[in-house]
Design a protein around this ligand. Sequence first.
Ligand code: ASP
Length: 439
Amino acid sequence: MKKVVKFGGSSLASARQFKKVGDIIRADKGRRYVIPSAPGKRNSKDEKVTDMLYACYDAASTGGSYKKILEKIKERYGEIIDGLDLDLNLDHEFDRIEENFVKGIGRDYAASRGEYLNGIVMAKYLGYEFIDAAEVIFFDENGAFESELTNQELSERLEHVERAVIPGFYGSKHDGTIKTFSRGGSDVTGSIVARAIHADLYENWTDVSGFLVTDPRIVEDPEVIETITYKELRELAYMGASVLHEDAIFPVRREGIPINIRNTNKPEDKGTMIVESTCKRPRYTITGIAGKKGFCAINIEKAMMNAEVGFGRKVLQVFEKNGISFEHMPSGIDTMTIMVHQDEFEDHEQSVIAGIHRAVEPDSVELESELALIAVVGRGMKATRGTAGRIFSALAHARINVKMIDQGSSELNIIIGVKNGDFENAIRAIYDIFVMAEL
Ligand code: ASP
């Protein structure tokens, strides 16, 4: 078994957390390639090292005072090194980092040092080889990730390395400049390494016992999803559910490698398996519920609209010209609705309305704002009759008015539009009818 194991910031925030991680890695010989994040928060009031690095760099590169925050960063690593009793001194690394900060080397370099240093500490602690991600993960001159080149170089490099630590979150451009992925990007590094070594499993260790059926800020203590497909995850992540970086599924998905989300603080929990496909029936008819507030509906009415060839295209072109992407487009006989993100739309609203008038001469264009979209996602819906019926009766019981319904042709999800103010109650009602009732 070859496993890639990625540990998030909270799993590596202190010496105590590092020890848990060490125990986890040593418990399974297959855990051969380790991707660390930078030290995260030790408690809710603490700061992430990545954020401290950004702040330190911003001060140092503009001639401001940065020594205090640099000291704090050094202390974070000092506490870990001392707590683990390691014979390791990062002084010369910090000297070089300080020099580069003052020179104004770049924010990406600054942020990446959190993972870089944590990688050195982790490699020393485990007795694994340290491989600088800058040598194996590549970006082009525009900063786009070069997946194929990286895959080739990385698999050649790791072919003869039994066990290694590769810091997450960054790589380099061809001129040697450091470039990071977007925030949370160590998840992506783990996935890239898993693909390169043809891993049997990519374990992503964090501080929750898997992907939850819905947002714990809305439903208290929601159930954990045991198995979810990449597609379901994509739908839920798109609608705002977050555990894993959005781009992390793409590299492993190409190889059909499953991802297992695990909890460093509760290693006995099985967590969530993210897979290409599965015959396993989900525990409930639905897999998850996610949603977002802040949408606006543009309702267009025109008699005989349906007979007009090119009507939809002309309308969508207006949005395209204004640089607005649309989320959903439910339509009726003589009506068509375009759902957009309100904050993206607000600045352009008058120009869009005028554009629609010019393009298709509608009878009316009306706006409805402050809407929320909720995605009810589940591969189990295909085989089950009455899912939509149950959702709508649950919402009716909760006295929630449904503004829009959109079921994708894959029957993998049903999107429901409600007023922003009904958002939380709607999610609770749907959760109760599927999860509580089916428990
Ligand atoms: N340390 C980086 C961040 O805070 C990357 C990561 O943790 O994945 O975003």
